[in-house]
Design a protein around this ligand. Structure first.
Ligand SMILES: Cc1cc2nc3c(=O)[nH]c(=O)nc-3n(C[C@H](O)[C@H](O)[C@H](O)COP(=O)(O)OP(=O)(O)OC[C@H]3O[C@@H](n4cnc5c(N)ncnc54)[C@H](O)[C@@H]3O)c2cc1C
Length: 272
């Protein structure tokens, strides 16, 4: 849609060109959310495209994604064979409620900064133990673990004017075995629950997203029994702890969480 409150679009070639932040500014990434509804509090868009950040870099250290990496670019990544968890990348791209038009415009960083429960790039990077790099307007870059970034539905730790620069996924997380479960009420609909388990040396790491307002991560350090798994989920997610919206009732999402978590545990407990 046309945003008729916008009077200026800035296209900086360096983030340093935006030294002062003021009310009315908004970073523009793919624009798939920004242009989907009126932005009455915004008069200036600051387009990230001209920053020219390389979308994807990978090395023996792991995978470095620019915040401006588009979903379509990530989908077409050819990962090294030792990254056993790499198929999760496509699984999570496919978990978008989105057409190819969205895929070609939406960015990984935009999805993370939207911080919706059903943000599949949040699920992916949290399950793979990513570290995000943030650029404040008036301070040194800072890093935050993906699991600590989202604080609630459409809420996160980003400070005023702060820019999400990149996400680093360590090779050690990409080398783990994994299991993925996802449900949506409609075909290609927004996720009701998206759970990912990864495992190495008997350590199960379970990441629960979409069902809850923010990601919940459970690290066991061993392979739990079904009873222990359920007990730990109950301890971390209270009876009213799931997210109620048109994409599924809280009770339904709670049920899916137990159901998928146990499937993941059973699958990964089977060994290599
Ligand atoms: C049809 C349709 C389907 C959708 N399906 C889903 C879905 O299934 N799951 C889901 O989570 N979302 C969905 N969305 C919402 C949205 O399109 C996605 O979250 C998308 O990934 C946002 O990315 P973007 O690059 O387009 O962000 P933009 O729309 O450009 O920006 C989104 C917000 O993030 C801020 N921002 C963007 N990049 C940065 C950065 N690097 N640093 C700081 N702030 C930044 C912007 O200022 C803005 O507030 C959907 C939208 C549509 C229209």
């Amino acid at each position: 849609m046309n945003l008729n409150t916008i009077t200026e679009v800035k296209r900086p070639t360096s983030a340093d060109h935006i030294a002062q932040w003021r009310d009315g500014y908004a970073w523009l990434a793919g624009g798939t959310w920004l242009f989907s509804e009126p932005q009455v509090a915004t008069d200036t868009l600051i387009d990230l495209d001209a920053l020219g950040w390389p979308a994807i870099r990978h090395s023996s250290e792991g995978l470095e994604l620019a915040a401006t990496c588009r979903i379509a670019e990530l989908y077409h990544l050819t990962p090294p064979p030792q990254w056993r968890a790499a198929p999760l990348i496509r699984d999570c791209c496919n978990a978008f409620l989105a057409s190819f038009k969205i895929w070609n415009a939406a960015t990984v960083g935009g999805n993370i900064c939207m911080s919706l429960p059903a943000g599949p790039m949040i699920s992916l990077t949290t399950a793979l133990e990513a570290t995000y790099t943030l650029w404040p307007r008036d301070g040194a870059p800072r890093q935050v673990a993906a699991v600590d970034f989202v604080t609630g539905n459409h809420a996160n730790i980003v400070q005023r004017g702060e820019l999400l620069r990149s996400m680093h996924i360590p090779a050690s997380a990409l080398a783990r075995r994994y299991a993925f479960r996802h449900a949506s009420l409609t075909h290609l609909g927004r996720s009701a629950a998206l759970l990912i388990g990864t495992q190495a040396n008997d350590d199960l790491l379970l990441t629960i997203t979409a069902a809850t307002p923010r990601p919940i991560q459970l690290r066991f350090g061993h392979m739990p029994s079904a009873a222990e798994l359920r007990h730990v989920i109950d301890a971390r997610i209270p009876a009213d702890g799931c997210f109620n919206d048109v994409h599924g009732s809280a009770d339904y999402k709670h049920h899916l969480t137990y159901y998928f978590a146990e499937q993941i545990r059973a699958e990964l407990a089977q060994g290599t």
